[in-house]
Design a protein around this ligand. Structure first.
Ligand SMILES: [Zn+2]
Length: 127
């Protein structure tokens, strides 16, 4: 019956079990997103992006701190307010950096990034 025609979606192109491009494990199709990343790999990528984000945030906050102490040179009276500014800079910087890192991971879409081939697992990642 025509009413029962399903909405055509990208999922229709794939069978029920699909290989995740990141870890190369066979996953249920509902676990995969449009880039064929499974839930676990997305979580791993998010986690990694989060660490890189804090690094980026710390660098950004450090830059802001250097600017405040070197250029603005606050008096002791207002130093608390500037510390709050630096903390805010680290926090916002980490969020921005995390989204950037995750976005870059998604765009580059490195295949098999989470996969561990049994024979090369000892050698570590190769460029
Ligand atoms: Zn995966």
């Amino acid at each position: 019956m025509p009413e029962e025609r399903r909405r055509v979606s990208w999922r229709d192109r794939y069978p029920d079990e699909v290989t995740c491009v990141r870890c190369l494990q066979l996953r249920d199709q509902v676990d995969l997103d449009r880039l064929l990343w499974c839930t676990r790999c997305r979580a791993l990528a998010r986690n990694r992006a989060s660490w890189m984000g804090w690094l980026g945030g710390a660098l950004f906050g450090g830059g802001v701190a250097l600017y405040i102490w070197g250029v603005i040179q606050p008096t002791d009276l207002v130093v608390g307010g500037w510390i709050a500014t630096v903390v805010a800079a680290v926090w916002i910087g980490s969020k921005v950096a995390r989204e950037l890192v995750y976005g870059v991971m998604r765009i580059r879409n490195v295949h098999a990034a989470e996969a561990m081939p049994p024979d090369t697992a000892q050698e570590g990642p190769t460029p």
